[in-house]
Ligand binder design. Structure first.
Ligand SMILES: [Zn+2]
Length: 347
């Protein structure tokens, strides 16, 4: 059998069969590091794939912090094969200043693979990419909705690449959405290095969302089982098929005013049906918001006051909206009320 070597990261060597907190200095003050990139590394006794799970690349998107916490406290990784690198808060500067961006107002997820002596965002991107991402064979990056929008738990990935598609489906989120690569994003930079990566999106900024955190935590374990890193028998099996969509579109506000939604996440919409309405401030005049194609709601604004043209509902095109709704709402019911977790007290 192939022997497992020590794992080198952040200038340290981790022995096979051990786990360690690694802190890599970021953004120097004159005489000491201003911040550290905190990692939790589990290096298995036996060789296998190397997977990173990252969160809070956007400083206001926090769900992944809860996911990482649950993965660390779980028994599933006891006999891990390969190496798991958990990065709960990649953009620690944005998280501290309660911002999606860094203090230099740059978007970390448009700064990959980064520049060693570039801007604050470029430097952080460079460190994370070279110290973590490039050492991995696979990755999961956890996000939430932005701009006061909430997202149904969903995986976004390249569906053309077979390996990526299989990883996305193995995750077991209610929806898998085909997503274009954006220049400078972590996924784009990782793909150029041949690293198989998926994005998870769920919930909203500045909040922990129970449904999204549970789906993502199970998803991380399912991916590890799919990659042979943990025993399949320990893996929380997905009972329902994932709904796959190759396109999504926003339905925008036909008017300015007070928005009242009549459709929630995961619900079906049929062409012509009413999704909500916009009234004036007195509630006298009313404009209905209608769907112009069939699908399911995968994202929605949380703002009650909107301008004409504001994005209201993100609809994923699916071939059988009724069936998709049944699958998704059933999964939500199970996830919130029925399925046990390792430690139910932590949820
Ligand atoms: Zn994000």
């Amino acid at each position: 059998m192939e022997k497992q070597e020590p794992f080198e990261i952040g200038g340290e060597k981790i022995r096979p069969g051990s786990r360690r907190v690694i802190r890599i200095p970021i953004s120097m003050f004159p005489d000491h590091p201003a911040f550290f990139l905190s990692l939790y590394v589990i290096h298995g006794k036996l060789p296998g794939k190397t997977l990173f799970v990252s969160s809070t690349i956007h400083g206001d998107e926090l769900n992944g912090i809860a996911v990482v916490k649950h993965v660390i406290s779980s028994n599933h990784t006891k006999n891990l094969k390969g190496t798991l690198i958990l990065a709960p808060v990649v953009n620690m500067i944005g998280a501290l200043i309660k911002s999606r961006y860094l203090a230099d107002r740059r978007d970390l997820n448009r700064s990959f693979p980064g520049i060693e002596k570039g801007s604050q965002a470029s430097q952080l991107a460079y460190t994370f990419f070279h110290e973590v991402v490039k050492k991995c064979t696979h990755g999961i990056d956890i996000h939430t909705g932005s701009d006061n929008r909430i997202n149904l738990p969903q995986v976004r990935s390249d569906l053309e690449n077979e390996e990526t598609r299989e990883l996305a489906i193995a995750f077991g989120a209610p929806v898998v959405l085909k997503a274009k690569l954006r220049e400078g994003s972590l996924r784009s930079a990782a793909e150029k290095e041949g690293i198989v990566m998926i994005i998870f999106e769920g919930g909203e900024s500045f909040r922990f969302d129970t449904f999204a955190v549970r789906v993502a935590t199970r998803g991380v374990f399912r991916v590890m089982a799919h990659l042979g890193m943990i025993d399949k028998s320990q893996c929380p099996v997905s009972k329902v098929p994932t709904v796959i969509s190759s396109a999504s579109r926003w339905i925008r506000s036909p008017n300015a005013g007070v928005f009242h939604a009549q459709r929630g996440l995961g619900q079906k919409v049929l062409k012509g049906c009413v999704l909500g309405d916009i009234t004036d401030y007195l509630g006298i005049s009313q404009t209905k918001v209608r769907a112009n194609f069939d699908g399911i709601v995968i994202g929605r604004t949380q703002l009650p006051l909107v301008f004409q043209g504001d994005a209201l509902f993100n609809i994923a095109c699916v071939s059988e909206p009724e069936k998709a709704e049944e699958i998704i709402l059933g999964l939500e019911e199970d996830e919130i009320n029925n399925l046990p977790f390792d430690d139910p007290n932590t949820f």
